[in-house]
Design a protein around this ligand. Structure first.
Ligand code: PLI
Length: 461
């Protein structure tokens, strides 16, 4: 027997490669300055290892690419739509499907349909686009996630859980008639990719039922959530990912989906619901904003790739490798003493910028500065998930001050090897050793909506 632990390997081999460009520090410093210290404004060709997002950046399989050739590009009634509809029923269990071009389009439609001016929408932490659509529809988002989710080093295995007491308190305070639905995500992106337990989802359903409140799932990374349930929750270790996913969704009335994550495609999304009259409304509205209800802004080939991605993403070997790759990276940073959100999330590792750059106050945007510095020092691209992403309260105009001030290193599925991860981890560790030299940033341009995408900054003197 060898003296070391049995290694694991990616459950795929590489058929097509895309060369990476290696640049110098001086070059990157110049590019970061030109991009206003916002990693979203860099050109991708200037990035070495791109950990900006796992959204639409995954590698499709040969099976998915083969499916692209079977695109039925009819305006109405494409066969790829019916296949996607059948697979959505099979894997997620919802009766009715409305395709959309991506997740935020689904959020737009569901928010416009269900939320009235003055309503409240509780949720297990906000997500940027989700909350914005709720607000634009006249709603007010209320965070009802458990307190542990806001503590980076808290080891709770299900930091994505809804705090039922907070949910009940809100119902008592504003009345159930002002709460059209609770917005539940599994996993929870802004909390660090943390999962929600099945038991918690079941209890959310029970409480919502008592008051006639709908439960709408953000199913974007529900397969990753199912993997954590299998690994961590009593009674689920012998169930398949498919069984867990179906049970999880069964406690909800419908979902919005960004297919660009779990579903292994570069574009695509949908809404799926069980209620026929809601479906009728959504199907009617999709033709105004997206396209006919059998394509919703997608090409037939995109729907085919997404339907096939659904089949692939529930494979245990796939999802285990995907989540464990993230865990491997996280463990390397923990071993090196770098402060991260623990336990490791499903799609990303989040650096705790408040601790990493202890000397930079939150008003000087430590996470934004850290993401910029990481690119300059190593060519690794990450994303701010702190005060810049949180934006402003639309009523008061004040900045939201999230407890979590994070930098997200996000892993595209099936794209990078363990060697890339080692290089990225080394880069973070090196930056951590030199952290004392770092300086903060200030806004020089701030767009009105989702400011983190296009804002520009300069160094504070
Ligand atoms: O990027 P979209 O419009 O396909 O999906 C929006 C969206 C909805 N919910 C969740 C949990 C997301 O993570 C999400 C998009 N996330 C992005 C772009 C990300 O980088 O995490």
């Amino acid at each position: 027997m060898p003296s070391y632990r049995k290694p694991w390997a990616e459950p795929y081999k590489i058929k097509v490669v895309e060369p990476l460009k290696v640049t110098t520090r001086e070059y990157r410093e110049q590019k970061m300055k030109e991009a206003g210290y916002n990693t979203f404004l860099l050109r991708s060709e200037d990035v070495y290892i791109d950990l900006l997002t796992d959204s639409g950046t995954s590698a499709m399989s040969d099976y998915q690419w083969a499916g692209m050739m079977l695109g039925d590009e009819a305006y109405a009634g494409s066969r790829n739509f019916y296949y996607l509809e059948a697979n959505t029923r099979k894997y997620y269990g919802y009766k009715y499907l409305v395709p959309t071009h991506q997740g935020r389009a689904a959020e737009h439609l569901i928010s416009r349909n269900l939320i009235k001016q003055g309503d409240y929408v509780p949720g297990n932490m906000y997500f940027t686009t989700t909350r914005l659509h709720q607000e634009l529809a006249g709603g007010k988002f209320v965070d009802v996630i458990i307190d542990e989710a806001h503590e980076p080093q808290n080891q709770h295995p299900f930091k994505g859980n809804v705090d039922l007491q907070k949910f009940e308190d809100l119902i008592k305070k504003v009345g159930a008639s002002k709460i059209p639905y609770i917005s539940v995500a599994g996993t929870v992106n802004m909390a660090g990719g943390q999962p929600q337990s099945m038991g918690n989802m079941r209890q959310v359903r029970e409480l919502a039922n008592k008051h006639g409140i709908k439960v709408i799932l953000d199913a974007t990374r529900a397969v990753e959530n199912a993997y954590f349930i299998k690994e961590r929750e009593k009674g689920y270790s012998n169930k398949s990912i498919e069984e867990i996913l179906l049970e999880y969704c069964s406690y909800t009335d419908g979902c919005t989906m960004s297919g660009k994550k779990d579903l292994l495609v570069n574009i695509g999304g949908f809404i799926a619901v069980n209620d026929e009259s809601l479906f009728d409304e959504l199907r009617n509205m999709v033709v105004v904003y997206e396209g006919l209800h059998t394509y919703g802004g997608l090409a037939g080939r995109d729907m085919e790739a997404m339907a096939r991605g659904m089949e692939e993403c529930v494979s245990y070997d796939h999802i285990r490798s995907r989540v464990e790759q993230v865990g491997y990276f996280g463990q390397k940073l923990i071993d090196a003493g770098v402060p991260i959100v623990e336990p490791a999330g499903g799609h990303a590792i989040f650096l705790d910028a408040k601790k990493f750059y202890e000397h930079i106050p939150q008003e000087e945007l430590p996470a934004q500065a850290l993401a910029a510095d990481l690119y300059i020092e190593s060519g690794v691209r990450a994303m701010e998930r702190g005060v810049v992403s949180a934006g402003r309260n639309p009523e008061t105009g004040e900045n939201y001050h999230p407890k979590l001030e994070l930098v997200r290193l996000t892993f595209p599925r099936r794209v990078y090897t363990q060697a890339h991860l080692d290089v990225a981890a080394y880069s973070v560790e090196e930056l951590y050793e030199n952290r004392k030299k770092a300086k903060g940033l200030k806004f020089v341009y701030e767009p009105k909506y989702l400011r983190f995408f296009q804002a520009r900054f300069e160094r504070v003197s």
